[in-house]
Design a protein around this ligand. Structure first.
Ligand SMILES: C[S@@+](CC[C@H](N)C(=O)[O-])C[C@H]1O[C@@H](n2cnc3c(N)ncnc32)[C@H](O)[C@@H]1O
Length: 269
């Protein structure tokens, strides 16, 4: 996967919420892989963004920006930075050419505001009031460096809202380096100059079980077994959601959400 990195800091810092594009989210049902985890992740992100996001926000590793409308609804401006231009970049969109990416199948998909490496953010210290980063930390070879950069660009007292997987299959190869326990997330955040407010498991064992089972089933769709796999996905996701509510075992959470506050006197800026 080629990674084109360029600095468009000026354009970002002059941007406003008014140039937001509308993201049409995928309409998944229990018959689709990841329906359950995406639903739980979206609910948790929405709750935290509503509570913590303010002012000028940066989304690090924004991808196709699935949360852009939500972020804009609670902030003055929401900017996205992404490293993978080959996957998410739009070639000549204004002249009607097609998007490059499989993951960005139509021109309604909003572009990142800047192409840059999260471990070397092209911004001055303390210029954002909120930083969010969803499912990105496992993809960087030096997660402590990403945390340090997010702390650096946050104003003192600014909030970080981050999610990262604990139990999940290998994805986005070869850029899939780590999984995180709640203690690891807390450590990384504290080392970077954050005061941790919350580390929340996004459900427990049964949801993890359903998610992994659905991914196992998905391989059989390549040989046309959808009529078998889809009902099994629905049955497992709905049943496991109920079982998880009856008996949540958080040591086997698939994912965690971290909320942390940039400590004013870290000297990181
Ligand atoms: C699992 S995707 C999540 C995308 C998006 N945050 C979301 O929630 O849909 C991980 C993203 O992190 C991006 N990424 C990986 N390494 C990065 C880096 N060093 N700097 C910025 N983004 C990075 C990837 O290109 C990819 O878009």
């Amino acid at each position: 996967m080629a990674r084109a990195v360029s600095s468009t800091t000026t354009r970002i810092l002059q941007g406003t919420a008014s140039n937001a594009a509308t993201v049409v989210s995928a309409h998944k049902t229990p018959f689709h892989v990841n329906w359950l985890v995406e639903r739980l992740h979206t609910e948790a992100v929405a709750r935290c963004v509503q509570t913590h996001a303010v002012g000028r926000l940066l989304d690090v590793g924004c991808g196709s920006r699935p949360f852009r409308d939500l972020l804009l609804a609670h902030t003055r401006a929401a900017f996205g930075v992404e490293i993978d231009r080959e996957r998410y970049g739009r070639v000549g969109a204004e002249s009607g050419e097609r998007l490059v990416a499989e993951t960005a199948p139509n021109e309604d998909v909003p572009q990142p505001d800047a192409w840059a490496d999260g471990m070397q953010l092209p911004f001055g210290g303390g210029v954002f009031d909120t930083v969010v980063s969803f499912q990105v930390l496992e993809h960087v070879p030096e997660p402590s460096q990403l945390m340090a950069e997010m702390a650096r660009v946050l104003a003192p007292g600014g909030k970080l809202v981050l999610t990262a997987p604990h139990i999940w299959g290998i994805h986005e190869e070869p850029h899939d380096y780590y999984r995180f326990t709640p203690f690891g997330l807390r450590y990384l955040a504290q080392e970077a100059g954050f005061e941790v407010e919350e580390v929340e498991p996004l459900a427990g064992y049964w949801v993890t079980h359903a998610a992994r089972f659905c991914h196992y089933l998905q391989q059989f769709e390549k040989i046309g077994l959808h009529p078998l796999t889809r009902p099994l996905m629905a049955l497992s996701q709905v049943t496991c959601l109920l079982l998880d509510r009856l008996h949540p075992v958080y040591s086997d959470a698939w994912n965690h959400l971290l909320v942390a506050r940039r400590v004013p006197d870290t000297g990181a800026a």
